[in-house]
Write a protein that binds this ligand. Structure first.
Ligand code: URA
Length: 244
């Protein structure tokens, strides 16, 4: 491993969720940390994460660079990492996940619920968000107004939004049609407020919106709003293959 890939021991410990940098320094001072079988005394010791064997309080520390979390975003929380004026999705995570500095891959509106991927893997996030990739996103929505087969056809052709942009074809499925309709819509791009604006373009209003799938990921229905879990190895592999 190149010298520049070595990192300070206190930084590595903090990254692994063992506390703040200050707390990590304290652990080292208290002689609770070993590196490759030797007591570590210097928080500035440069170690090779993933290669050097780090043991804290007798327990080996498993190093990993990235985390991948599936969150069922609740309403009322912003898809951001930091905001003075409101709760953000990262606030919902426990400190040991926050220490990886994950960020949301794309955005859901404040009043939208559902599947949000959080990771610190910038390359993966960048590729998933690339407009060229056309990663499908599926939403469940309730809509005020009767959604008809004409709407399905309009969406299939692409609708013209309020700014004149014609969307890519979307796949609209009617689950229930009536004065308040229930639908599923799959879109292949992510313009600002896209689902709401697509329905607005056909004279209807979205009253509830929840993302239920994104690329190969489907929202885990055991997650209540505000709950999250790590992606499985299979889910990570399928995301990586999609984003290559
Ligand atoms: N489309 C919207 O209108 N809002 C979202 O949060 C996501 C897609």
């Amino acid at each position: 491993m190149a010298e520049k890939e070595r990192q300070r021991l206190d930084k590595v410990l903090a990254h692994m969720g063992l506390g703040t940098r200050k707390e990590a320094k304290k652990l080292i001072k208290e002689r609770k940390v070993e590196v490759n079988g030797e007591l570590a005394q210097d928080p500035g010791l440069h170690v090779r994460p993933g290669q050097d064997r780090i043991v804290v309080n007798g327990e080996p520390v498993e190093y990993r660079q990235f985390v991948y979390l599936m969150l069922n975003k609740p309403q009322g929380v912003l898809s951001a990492t930091g905001d003075e004026s409101g709760q953000v999705v990262v606030d919902l995570l426990s400190p040991n996940y926050q220490s990886f500095h994950p960020f949301p891959v794309g955005r859901l509106d404040k009043d939208t619920e559902g599947l949000l991927l959080l990771t610190n893997d910038g390359h993966l996030a960048h590729r998933l968000l690339s407009p060229k990739k056309h990663v499908p996103k599926t939403y469940y929505a309730t809509v005020s107004g009767t959604v008809t087969q004409e709407d399905v056809e309009m969406f299939r052709q692409g609708v013209i939004l309020d700014d004149g942009y014609r969307t890519l074809p979307g796949c609209l499925k009617i689950l229930r049609s009536g004065p308040e309709s229930e639908v599923e819509l799959t879109i292949y791009e992510g313009k600002y407020h896209q689902v709401k604006r697509m329905f607005q373009a056909v004279g209807k209003k979205v009253t509830y919106l929840k993302r239920i799938a994104m690329g190969p990921l489907t929202l885990d229905n055991t997650l209540k709003p505000g709950e999250y879990r790590e992606l499985t190895e299979e889910e990570i592999t399928s995301l990586r293959s999609l984003s290559q």
